[in-house]
Design a protein around this ligand. Structure first.
Ligand SMILES: [Fe+2]
Length: 416
């Protein structure tokens, strides 16, 4: 396992930044001074070091473009008619033709890592993703209990709500469910129903929560519930989102999810930008960038019951590292305005996933066997696996020059 040090970066914490260094050993963050002879890179004080980002809601089987949504701006009552529209769409047929399930998941892994994310929740039942998730280069969490949604018409992805919640409590896992993704009677009554069943507590990670009332929000806050806010998907399907400011002011553990690219933003970095603008439009004030940073790192780790493993740059935690070029004096502003092309380096448990070629010095200067060289935004990069071949496969299968915006490179422009 790789051992190395990264020196002279600007280390970003929840409330402050500091000039500093870190070491990586056995996949964990350690003091750089304990590895004086390890391979090293000096960031010269001009790059920010963040914990790698966490996306609390995606569907890794369903990342393709374009988006599929309501016709003629007739927004949906709930998610169900959208699901019917998706299955009947040309996009869905094209996706099915271009990608088998394994390739679809791999494509989603690249959507994930090209946005600085190494931890993601694939909202899908274990029996359908259990064999695939461990094969991905990123960390699609496997320790979760699930309901598709808590309604009589949901897709029955998990067991009974109480059974799944018990699994979460027994194992210290999250219980993750779409909730109130719409405005029908059941969506509007979701919290009283869960309260009555005795499953409203800090294991709950609720996705969407559009129809929740002020009273519902207070109950969720008191119970220690986490929220996955998917602003772009909500606006696309319903032309509204949850009362996000009330969730934050009530003290809920708020995180951000992309949903799949069939409805959401193309990736988490773009979701962050969209949600910040949405908040400004809704409330006439800025959502503090340091709060957004917290939502996609420490808050998300807490929601997934992974606080001891990831979400902060503390010694002993996983070396899940995101390094961005410094374009703003404020580190949090730098993150919330960043794009894929600003990423200099990304690692999971110390293993590089992609980065500028200068970071190969951490790997004795050699490109590992299972990596590919890639030009991204004019910079020479290396990346795990071969997304170039995957992109070319999609273009051959679709028989036209398909563009997927979450892949930040043009296959025809690659000279490596
Ligand atoms: Fe979803």
């Amino acid at each position: 396992m790789a051992e190395y040090t990264v020196r002279n970066g600007i280390m970003v914490g929840l409330n402050s930044t500091r000039r500093g260094s870190f070491g990586v050993k056995d996949g964990k963050l350690i003091n750089a001074d304990t590895l004086p002879a390890a391979p090293s890179i000096n960031l010269q004080g001009v790059s920010y070091v963040y914990p790698a980002l966490i996306n609390t809601h995606d569907h890794l089987r369903g990342n393709y473009l374009p988006r599929v949504g309501p016709n003629y701006s007739k927004y949906y009552l709930n998610w169900l008619p959208w699901d019917n529209d998706l299955k009947a769409s040309r996009c869905y047929a094209e996706r099915t033709k271009a990608l088998d399930i394994d390739k679809g998941y791999l494509l989603s892994a690249y959507k994930t890592l090209f946005s600085g994310v190494v931890t993601v929740n694939d909202h899908f039942p274990h029996k359908l993703n259990g064999d695939i998730l461990p094969t991905l280069p990123i960390r699609a969490i496997q320790n979760y209990a699930i309901a598709h949604e808590c309604s009589s018409y949901d897709l029955k992805w998990g067991g009974d709500i109480n059974e799944e919640h018990t699994i979460a409590c027994t194992n210290n896992w999250p219980f993750i469910t779409h909730l109130a993704e719409g405005f029908d009677d059941e969506s509007m009554n979701a919290i009283p129903m869960l309260e009555e069943r005795g499953v409203l507590d800090n294991h709950c990670l609720f996705v969407h929560c559009i129809g929740l009332s002020d009273e519902d929000i207070q109950k969720c806050a008191a119970a220690g519930v986490s929220l996955s806010w998917c602003g772009a998907s909500n606006m696309f399907m319903f032309n509204t989102t949850c009362k996000i400011k009330k969730f934050i002011d009530a003290g809920l553990n708020v995180t951000i999810g992309t949903d799949s690219s069939h409805t959401g933003a193309i990736n988490l970095l773009e979701e962050i930008k969209y949600d910040r603008e949405l908040y400004r439009a809704m409330y006439g004030e800025d959502l503090n960038p340091s709060m957004i940073f917290r939502m996609v790192t420490a808050n998300a780790a807490k929601a997934l019951w992974m606080e001891t493993q990831t979400g902060r740059l503390d010694a002993g935690k996983n070396a899940d590292i995101l390094i961005l070029r410094a374009k703003h004096e404020n580190a949090y502003e730098n993150l919330v305005t960043a794009s894929s092309t600003d990423i200099e380096f990304l690692s999971i448990e110390g293993r590089p996933l992609w980065g500028e070629e200068r970071f190969l010095s951490l790997l004795d200067g050699k490109l590992p066997d299972n990596f590919t060289r890639l030009t991204v935004g004019g910079r020479k990069m290396f990346v795990i696996g071969d997304p170039l071949a995957l992109y070319q496969h999609i273009r051959r299968a679709t028989n036209f020059k398909k563009v997927l915006d979450f892949l930040p490179f043009e296959p025809d422009d690659q000279d490596c």
